[in-house]
Design a protein around this ligand. Structure first.
Ligand code: PBG
Length: 328
């Protein structure tokens, strides 16, 4: 040690100013996307039990929430609609006046500058809770589902959405949606593809929030198997070839290696989804006084960015935006 004084790593850690100078990763409010839930049968906003601080909004309470989000400088929200009527074919997902389409219009009316990302899937709208059309044997029919996903994306674009985000994990969904958007005068609507979306238990609290748990079976027949990373690269490559403008890895925390590998391999903007279960774990521990919520959340989101994410969807986004504003 003493014979290599030039190797002293601690010199640049000595003061806050020096640490600031050599800081390699800087989380910014511009990196954040805030997910929001809007439910058709809600009059007053309703807190989601496993996700303290996150609500199912009414069309009305949504407006004040997006004002707050925009006021904090967050550039985008991700919208999930929860219809009161669910059926086998998820018809409220692509209904021109479905709850999601109404929410998109409401947000664009009060905050035209805020980018609205629409989640394009069927599980929030189907009575069985699967992400597509169910066959008699309980599997999801890929190609029938593609048609409905394309219709959903077009209906969201008609309502004024800024970006569509297909999350059903059907093969060919990005290409089918790109074709449908182009055929319907929406050539300029980008696609943020949930490309490497794993069959994860970290979505548990979201399924409570979106009332979208599968009534039987699971999603392992379409979402990715958690042990796989090479397969994630093939999914991402496929989505880029089909026309994805942004690709995503989801969840984030247990998949930082997937984010890092994707960032190394592809130049397409990369999003990471810090999902519901990751949020619930932090909130539960913080609620018990076991961890320092602010420092833990900043460390987690900085870690996701350091791994390679260009943007992060997170239920912590409002808190983080507030903390970042205080820091400067
Ligand atoms: C819709 C969808 C899900 C999430 C985002 N879009 C649920 C699922 O696939 O089961 C999960 C988000 C979260 O856990 O925060 N398919």
């Amino acid at each position: 040690m003493g014979s290599f004084p030039e190797n002293r790593m601690r010199r640049l850690r000595a003061t806050p100013t020096l640490r600031r100078l050599v800081q390699e990763t800087r989380l910014s409010v511009s990196d954040l996307i805030y997910p929001m839930f809007v439910a058709e049968d809600v009059d007053e906003r309703r807190e989601i039990e496993p996700m303290p601080g996150i609500f199912q909004h009414s069309l009305d309470s949504l407006k004040s929430e997006v004002e707050a989000v925009a006021g904090l400088g967050i550039p985008a929200v991700l919208v999930f609609g929860i219809p009161s009527h669910k059926d086998e074919v998820g018809s409220q997902g692509y209904a021109p006046n479905g709850i999601t389409q109404q929410a998109i219009r409401a947000i664009k009316r009060v905050q035209p500058e805020l980018a609205v990302v629409g989640d394009v899937c069927m599980c929030e709208y189907t009575s069985h809770g699967h992400c597509g059309i169910l066959l008699d044997d309980g599997t999801v029919d890929n190609d029938q589902t593609l048609e409905l996903l394309a219709e959903t994306a077009v209906s969201q674009a008609d309502a004024g959405v800024d970006i569509v985000a297909p999350s059903a994990m059907m093969d060919g969904q990005v290409g089918a949606i790109r074709d449908a958007l182009d055929d319907n005068d929406h050539e300029n609507v980008p696609i943020m593809a949930y490309s490497a979306k794993y069959a994860s238990s970290f979505y548990g609290p979201f399924r409570t929030a979106a009332e979208s748990a599968p009534q039987m079976g699971d999603r392992k027949g379409y979402q990715m198997d958690p042990p796989n990373v090479n397969e994630a690269m093939r999914e991402i490559e496929q989505d880029i070839l089909e026309g994805a403008d942004v690709v995503m890895v989801k969840p984030a925390l247990a998949y930082l290696d997937v984010i890092a590998k994707a960032k190394q391999r592809f130049d397409t903007p990369l999003a990471a989804y810090n999902v519901s279960g990751e949020y619930s774990m932090v909130k539960a521990a913080a609620g018990n006084g076991w961890i320092d919520e602010r420092r833990i959340v900043m460390e987690i989101l900085t870690g996701i960015k350091r791994a390679g994410a260009d943007m992060i969807m997170s239920y912590h986004a409002k808190d983080v935006a507030g903390w970042l504003a205080e820091e400067r």
